[in-house]
Design a protein around this ligand. Sequence first.
Ligand code: TXA
Ligand code: MG
Length: 322
Amino acid sequence: MAILDTQVFKAIEYLEQGELVAIPTETVYGLAANAFNENAVANIFKVKNRPSFDPLIVHSSSLNKAVDFTQTISDETWKLAEAFCPGPITFIIKKNSKISDLVTAGHDTVGIRIPRHPLTQLLLESLDFPLAAPSANPFGFVSPTTAQHVEDQLGNKIPLILDGGPATVGVESTIVDTSEAEIKILRLGGLALEEIEETLNRKIDHIQTSSSSPKAPGMLTSHYSPGCPLILGPIKWDELEKNEPIGLLYFGGKPKVLNNIVPFGLSESSLLEEAAQNLFKGLRFFANQKVSKVYAEKLPEIGLGRAINDRLIRAATKITSA
Ligand code: TXA
Ligand code: MG
Protein backbone atom coordinates (compact mmCIF):
# COMPACT_ATOMS: atom_id res chain seq x y z
CA MET A 1 0.00 0.00 0.00
CA ALA A 2 2.87 2.35 0.87
CA ILE A 3 4.30 1.98 -2.66
CA LEU A 4 0.91 2.66 -4.22
CA ASP A 5 0.53 5.77 -2.08
CA THR A 6 3.91 6.98 -3.33
CA GLN A 7 2.71 6.55 -6.91
CA VAL A 8 -0.53 8.45 -6.21
CA PHE A 9 1.49 11.19 -4.51
CA LYS A 10 3.73 11.47 -7.59
CA ALA A 11 0.65 11.56 -9.83
CA ILE A 12 -0.79 14.43 -7.78
CA GLU A 13 2.47 16.38 -8.16
CA TYR A 14 2.67 15.90 -11.92
CA LEU A 15 -0.98 16.76 -12.48
CA GLU A 16 -0.70 19.90 -10.35
CA GLN A 17 2.26 20.94 -12.50
CA GLY A 18 0.16 20.56 -15.66
CA GLU A 19 1.81 17.29 -16.74
CA LEU A 20 0.00 14.24 -18.14
CA VAL A 21 -0.42 11.01 -16.14
CA ALA A 22 -1.92 7.73 -17.33
CA ILE A 23 -4.54 6.57 -14.82
CA PRO A 24 -6.25 3.22 -14.25
CA THR A 25 -10.03 3.02 -14.47
CA GLU A 26 -12.30 -0.01 -14.38
CA THR A 27 -13.04 0.40 -18.11
CA VAL A 28 -9.70 1.28 -19.76
CA TYR A 29 -6.63 3.36 -18.85
CA GLY A 30 -7.02 7.12 -19.33
CA LEU A 31 -4.51 9.82 -20.32
CA ALA A 32 -5.25 12.47 -17.70
CA ALA A 33 -4.59 16.19 -17.27
CA ASN A 34 -6.01 19.05 -15.20
CA ALA A 35 -9.29 19.83 -17.00
CA PHE A 36 -9.02 23.49 -15.94
CA ASN A 37 -5.52 23.95 -17.45
CA GLU A 38 -5.72 24.63 -21.21
CA ASN A 39 -2.05 23.94 -21.88
CA ALA A 40 -2.27 20.60 -20.14
CA VAL A 41 -5.44 19.72 -22.09
CA ALA A 42 -3.82 20.77 -25.38
CA ASN A 43 -0.98 18.40 -24.57
CA ILE A 44 -3.42 15.45 -24.38
CA PHE A 45 -4.44 16.09 -28.01
CA LYS A 46 -0.79 16.36 -29.02
CA VAL A 47 0.42 13.20 -27.26
CA LYS A 48 -2.54 11.14 -28.57
CA ASN A 49 -2.37 12.70 -32.02
CA ARG A 50 -6.09 13.29 -31.56
CA PRO A 51 -8.02 15.65 -33.84
CA SER A 52 -9.26 18.74 -31.99
CA PHE A 53 -12.89 18.06 -33.05
CA ASP A 54 -13.05 15.08 -30.69
CA PRO A 55 -14.13 16.18 -27.16
CA LEU A 56 -12.67 14.78 -23.93
CA ILE A 57 -14.50 13.24 -20.97
CA VAL A 58 -14.01 14.98 -17.61
CA HIS A 59 -13.50 12.73 -14.57
CA SER A 60 -14.60 13.68 -11.07
CA SER A 61 -14.82 11.81 -7.74
CA SER A 62 -18.58 12.47 -7.52
CA LEU A 63 -21.41 13.95 -9.56
CA ASN A 64 -21.92 16.45 -6.73
CA LYS A 65 -18.52 17.95 -7.51
CA ALA A 66 -19.46 18.27 -11.19
CA VAL A 67 -22.23 20.72 -10.23
CA ASP A 68 -19.42 23.30 -10.12
CA PHE A 69 -18.76 23.13 -13.87
CA THR A 70 -22.11 22.10 -15.39
CA GLN A 71 -25.56 23.63 -15.78
CA THR A 72 -28.72 21.86 -14.61
CA ILE A 73 -28.29 18.15 -13.96
CA SER A 74 -31.59 16.36 -14.69
CA ASP A 75 -33.41 14.19 -12.15
CA GLU A 76 -32.85 11.12 -14.33
CA THR A 77 -29.09 11.80 -14.38
CA TRP A 78 -29.06 11.86 -10.57
CA LYS A 79 -31.09 8.65 -10.55
CA LEU A 80 -28.63 6.89 -12.88
CA ALA A 81 -25.67 8.24 -10.89
CA GLU A 82 -27.17 6.91 -7.68
CA ALA A 83 -27.59 3.49 -9.26
CA PHE A 84 -24.27 3.22 -11.15
CA CYS A 85 -21.69 5.74 -9.94
CA PRO A 86 -18.87 5.32 -9.42
CA GLY A 87 -18.93 3.07 -12.47
CA PRO A 88 -18.65 2.61 -16.25
CA ILE A 89 -21.10 5.33 -17.35
CA THR A 90 -20.48 8.83 -18.80
CA PHE A 91 -23.14 11.55 -18.76
CA ILE A 92 -23.31 14.26 -21.41
CA ILE A 93 -24.48 17.41 -19.59
CA LYS A 94 -24.65 21.12 -20.53
CA LYS A 95 -21.37 22.73 -19.39
CA ASN A 96 -20.71 26.13 -17.87
CA SER A 97 -17.82 28.50 -18.61
CA LYS A 98 -15.41 26.76 -16.19
CA ILE A 99 -14.91 24.07 -18.84
CA SER A 100 -13.07 25.42 -21.85
CA ASP A 101 -14.12 24.84 -25.46
CA LEU A 102 -10.86 22.99 -25.97
CA VAL A 103 -12.04 20.18 -23.66
CA THR A 104 -15.45 19.90 -25.35
CA ALA A 105 -14.27 20.65 -28.92
CA GLY A 106 -16.62 23.61 -29.03
CA HIS A 107 -19.71 21.68 -27.88
CA ASP A 108 -21.92 23.28 -25.22
CA THR A 109 -22.01 19.94 -23.37
CA VAL A 110 -19.37 18.05 -21.40
CA GLY A 111 -18.94 14.34 -20.72
CA ILE A 112 -18.78 13.59 -16.99
CA ARG A 113 -17.56 10.28 -15.61
CA ILE A 114 -17.11 9.07 -12.02
CA PRO A 115 -14.63 6.18 -12.31
CA ARG A 116 -14.72 3.34 -9.80
CA HIS A 117 -11.04 2.31 -9.63
CA PRO A 118 -9.87 2.93 -6.03
CA LEU A 119 -6.49 4.49 -7.00
CA THR A 120 -8.14 6.97 -9.34
CA GLN A 121 -10.88 7.70 -6.80
CA LEU A 122 -8.13 8.49 -4.27
CA LEU A 123 -6.37 10.67 -6.82
CA LEU A 124 -9.54 12.59 -7.75
CA GLU A 125 -10.41 13.14 -4.09
CA SER A 126 -6.94 14.57 -3.47
CA LEU A 127 -7.02 17.07 -6.34
CA ASP A 128 -8.91 20.36 -6.37
CA PHE A 129 -9.62 20.09 -10.11
CA PRO A 130 -11.27 17.41 -12.29
CA LEU A 131 -9.30 15.35 -14.83
CA ALA A 132 -9.86 15.45 -18.57
CA ALA A 133 -8.96 11.99 -19.84
CA PRO A 134 -9.50 10.14 -23.10
CA SER A 135 -8.42 6.52 -23.40
CA ALA A 136 -4.60 6.34 -23.18
CA ASN A 137 -3.89 5.14 -26.74
CA PRO A 138 -2.78 6.93 -29.89
CA PHE A 139 -5.86 8.11 -31.85
CA GLY A 140 -7.56 5.30 -33.76
CA PHE A 141 -5.87 2.45 -31.89
CA VAL A 142 -7.23 -0.05 -29.40
CA SER A 143 -7.80 1.26 -25.85
CA PRO A 144 -5.31 0.07 -23.19
CA THR A 145 -6.51 -2.28 -20.45
CA THR A 146 -3.15 -2.68 -18.67
CA ALA A 147 -0.35 -0.30 -17.67
CA GLN A 148 1.94 -2.23 -20.03
CA HIS A 149 -0.34 -1.41 -23.00
CA VAL A 150 0.09 2.28 -22.17
CA GLU A 151 3.84 1.86 -21.71
CA ASP A 152 4.13 0.17 -25.13
CA GLN A 153 2.46 3.03 -27.03
CA LEU A 154 2.92 6.22 -24.98
CA GLY A 155 5.59 5.33 -22.40
CA ASN A 156 8.22 7.69 -23.79
CA LYS A 157 5.80 10.63 -24.04
CA ILE A 158 4.48 10.88 -20.47
CA PRO A 159 6.23 11.10 -17.09
CA LEU A 160 4.07 8.61 -15.16
CA ILE A 161 1.75 5.64 -15.61
CA LEU A 162 -0.18 4.86 -12.45
CA ASP A 163 -0.38 1.05 -12.47
CA GLY A 164 -3.69 -0.16 -11.06
CA GLY A 165 -3.62 -3.66 -12.58
CA PRO A 166 -5.73 -4.94 -15.48
CA ALA A 167 -9.04 -3.14 -16.10
CA THR A 168 -11.88 -5.17 -14.59
CA VAL A 169 -14.55 -4.12 -17.14
CA GLY A 170 -12.33 -3.89 -20.23
CA VAL A 171 -14.47 -1.81 -22.63
CA GLU A 172 -15.01 1.96 -22.44
CA SER A 173 -17.88 3.53 -20.51
CA THR A 174 -21.44 3.68 -21.80
CA ILE A 175 -22.13 7.28 -22.88
CA VAL A 176 -25.58 8.59 -22.05
CA ASP A 177 -26.66 11.98 -23.39
CA THR A 178 -28.86 13.52 -20.69
CA SER A 179 -28.48 17.09 -21.97
CA GLU A 180 -31.85 17.03 -23.80
CA ALA A 181 -35.30 15.99 -22.59
CA GLU A 182 -34.96 12.72 -24.53
CA ILE A 183 -32.14 10.55 -23.09
CA LYS A 184 -29.98 8.79 -25.70
CA ILE A 185 -27.14 6.28 -25.58
CA LEU A 186 -24.30 7.63 -27.73
CA ARG A 187 -21.86 4.77 -27.08
CA LEU A 188 -22.60 1.25 -25.91
CA GLY A 189 -20.06 0.34 -23.26
CA GLY A 190 -19.23 -1.18 -19.90
CA LEU A 191 -22.67 -0.62 -18.40
CA ALA A 192 -25.34 -2.73 -20.13
CA LEU A 193 -28.21 -0.93 -21.87
CA GLU A 194 -30.65 -3.26 -20.09
CA GLU A 195 -29.47 -2.02 -16.66
CA ILE A 196 -30.08 1.60 -17.65
CA GLU A 197 -33.53 0.77 -19.05
CA GLU A 198 -34.43 -1.14 -15.91
CA THR A 199 -33.45 1.78 -13.68
CA LEU A 200 -35.41 4.30 -15.77
CA ASN A 201 -38.22 1.81 -16.32
CA ARG A 202 -38.47 2.41 -20.09
CA LYS A 203 -36.77 1.72 -23.42
CA ILE A 204 -33.91 4.07 -24.40
CA ASP A 205 -32.75 4.96 -27.90
CA HIS A 206 -29.24 3.93 -28.78
CA ILE A 207 -27.10 4.96 -31.70
CA GLN A 208 -26.37 2.08 -34.09
CA THR A 209 -22.72 1.37 -34.83
CA SER A 210 -23.23 1.87 -38.56
CA SER A 211 -24.06 5.57 -38.03
CA SER A 212 -22.01 7.56 -40.54
CA SER A 213 -22.20 10.85 -38.65
CA PRO A 214 -21.84 9.77 -35.05
CA LYS A 215 -23.27 12.00 -32.33
CA ALA A 216 -20.26 11.20 -30.13
CA PRO A 217 -17.70 12.74 -32.48
CA GLY A 218 -14.94 10.28 -31.63
CA MET A 219 -17.08 7.24 -32.41
CA LEU A 220 -15.77 6.91 -35.94
CA THR A 221 -16.01 3.62 -37.71
CA SER A 222 -12.58 2.11 -38.50
CA HIS A 223 -11.27 2.50 -34.92
CA TYR A 224 -9.98 -0.54 -32.99
CA SER A 225 -8.07 -2.14 -35.85
CA PRO A 226 -5.88 -5.14 -34.88
CA GLY A 227 -3.36 -3.95 -37.48
CA CYS A 228 -4.67 -6.26 -40.25
CA PRO A 229 -8.11 -6.86 -41.79
CA LEU A 230 -10.67 -8.26 -39.37
CA ILE A 231 -13.44 -10.28 -41.00
CA LEU A 232 -16.61 -10.56 -38.99
CA GLY A 233 -18.21 -14.05 -39.40
CA PRO A 234 -20.03 -16.35 -39.70
CA ILE A 235 -16.80 -18.25 -40.34
CA LYS A 236 -16.84 -20.53 -43.41
CA TRP A 237 -14.38 -23.17 -42.24
CA ASP A 238 -13.98 -24.95 -45.60
CA GLU A 239 -13.11 -21.68 -47.35
CA LEU A 240 -10.37 -20.64 -44.92
CA GLU A 241 -6.93 -20.19 -46.43
CA LYS A 242 -4.68 -23.11 -45.46
CA ASN A 243 -1.26 -21.68 -46.21
CA GLU A 244 -1.04 -18.35 -44.46
CA PRO A 245 -1.23 -17.67 -40.73
CA ILE A 246 -4.64 -16.30 -39.85
CA GLY A 247 -6.09 -15.24 -36.52
CA LEU A 248 -9.28 -16.53 -34.96
CA LEU A 249 -11.00 -14.57 -32.18
CA TYR A 250 -13.52 -16.99 -30.67
CA PHE A 251 -16.15 -16.98 -27.93
CA GLY A 252 -17.19 -20.15 -26.11
CA GLY A 253 -15.55 -23.57 -26.43
CA LYS A 254 -12.30 -23.77 -28.36
CA PRO A 255 -13.02 -24.80 -31.97
CA LYS A 256 -10.99 -27.55 -33.69
CA VAL A 257 -8.51 -25.48 -35.61
CA LEU A 258 -6.21 -25.94 -38.57
CA ASN A 259 -2.42 -25.74 -38.18
CA ASN A 260 -2.12 -22.28 -39.64
CA ILE A 261 -4.72 -20.75 -37.35
CA VAL A 262 -3.65 -18.61 -34.40
CA PRO A 263 -6.54 -18.70 -31.90
CA PHE A 264 -7.45 -16.28 -29.10
CA GLY A 265 -10.36 -17.12 -26.80
CA LEU A 266 -12.48 -14.30 -25.39
CA SER A 267 -14.23 -16.54 -22.87
CA GLU A 268 -14.28 -20.32 -23.12
CA SER A 269 -17.13 -20.41 -20.59
CA SER A 270 -19.17 -17.98 -22.76
CA LEU A 271 -19.26 -15.23 -20.13
CA LEU A 272 -19.82 -11.79 -21.67
CA GLU A 273 -18.08 -9.98 -18.78
CA GLU A 274 -14.97 -12.11 -19.25
CA ALA A 275 -15.08 -11.55 -23.01
CA ALA A 276 -15.20 -7.76 -22.45
CA GLN A 277 -12.15 -7.98 -20.16
CA ASN A 278 -10.21 -9.87 -22.84
CA LEU A 279 -11.37 -8.11 -26.03
CA PHE A 280 -8.69 -5.41 -26.38
CA LYS A 281 -5.97 -7.80 -25.16
CA GLY A 282 -7.08 -10.10 -28.01
CA LEU A 283 -6.96 -7.38 -30.66
CA ARG A 284 -3.48 -6.37 -29.46
CA PHE A 285 -2.37 -10.01 -29.43
CA PHE A 286 -3.06 -10.33 -33.16
CA ALA A 287 -1.22 -7.11 -33.93
CA ASN A 288 1.94 -8.91 -32.70
CA GLN A 289 1.32 -12.24 -34.42
CA LYS A 290 2.10 -11.46 -38.08
CA VAL A 291 -1.28 -12.90 -39.15
CA SER A 292 -2.61 -11.71 -42.53
CA LYS A 293 -6.19 -11.39 -41.26
CA VAL A 294 -8.34 -12.17 -38.25
CA TYR A 295 -11.71 -13.93 -38.32
CA ALA A 296 -14.26 -13.25 -35.62
CA GLU A 297 -17.95 -13.87 -35.02
CA LYS A 298 -20.46 -11.57 -33.37
CA LEU A 299 -21.40 -12.35 -29.76
CA PRO A 300 -24.99 -12.52 -28.49
CA GLU A 301 -26.53 -9.03 -28.76
CA ILE A 302 -27.35 -8.74 -25.05
CA GLY A 303 -25.65 -7.12 -22.03
CA LEU A 304 -21.96 -6.39 -22.66
CA GLY A 305 -22.26 -8.39 -25.92
CA ARG A 306 -23.64 -5.21 -27.54
CA ALA A 307 -20.55 -3.17 -26.62
CA ILE A 308 -18.24 -5.98 -27.77
CA ASN A 309 -20.07 -6.29 -31.13
CA ASP A 310 -19.88 -2.52 -31.56
CA ARG A 311 -16.06 -2.66 -31.20
CA LEU A 312 -15.81 -5.69 -33.51
CA ILE A 313 -17.83 -3.93 -36.22
CA ARG A 314 -15.51 -0.92 -35.97
CA ALA A 315 -12.43 -3.17 -36.01
CA ALA A 316 -13.80 -4.77 -39.19
CA THR A 317 -14.39 -1.45 -40.96
CA LYS A 318 -11.85 -0.53 -43.63
CA ILE A 319 -10.26 2.90 -43.33
CA THR A 320 -11.67 4.82 -46.28
CA SER A 321 -10.91 8.40 -45.30
CA ALA A 322 -8.24 10.22 -43.32
O1 TXA B 1 -14.33 4.49 -20.22
C1 TXA B 1 -14.10 5.60 -20.73
O2 TXA B 1 -15.01 6.37 -21.09
C2 TXA B 1 -12.63 5.99 -20.91
C3 TXA B 1 -12.00 6.17 -19.52
C4 TXA B 1 -10.58 6.64 -19.59
O3 TXA B 1 -12.79 7.04 -18.77
N1 TXA B 1 -12.52 7.18 -21.69
C5 TXA B 1 -12.75 7.21 -23.01
O4 TXA B 1 -12.51 8.44 -23.59
O5 TXA B 1 -13.11 6.25 -23.65
P1 TXA B 1 -12.37 8.63 -25.18
O6 TXA B 1 -11.96 10.05 -25.35
O7 TXA B 1 -11.46 7.63 -25.73
O8 TXA B 1 -13.82 8.46 -25.69
C6 TXA B 1 -14.78 9.43 -25.31
C7 TXA B 1 -15.86 9.54 -26.31
C8 TXA B 1 -15.41 10.09 -27.63
O9 TXA B 1 -16.02 9.33 -28.66
C9 TXA B 1 -15.96 11.52 -27.64
O10 TXA B 1 -16.26 11.94 -28.93
C10 TXA B 1 -17.20 11.36 -26.78
O11 TXA B 1 -16.82 10.47 -25.79
N2 TXA B 1 -17.56 12.64 -26.12
C11 TXA B 1 -16.86 13.33 -25.20
N3 TXA B 1 -17.48 14.48 -24.87
C12 TXA B 1 -18.61 14.52 -25.60
C13 TXA B 1 -19.68 15.46 -25.73
N4 TXA B 1 -19.70 16.61 -25.06
N5 TXA B 1 -20.70 15.17 -26.59
C14 TXA B 1 -20.69 14.00 -27.30
N6 TXA B 1 -19.70 13.09 -27.22
C15 TXA B 1 -18.68 13.33 -26.39
MG1 MG C 1 -10.75 6.36 -27.06
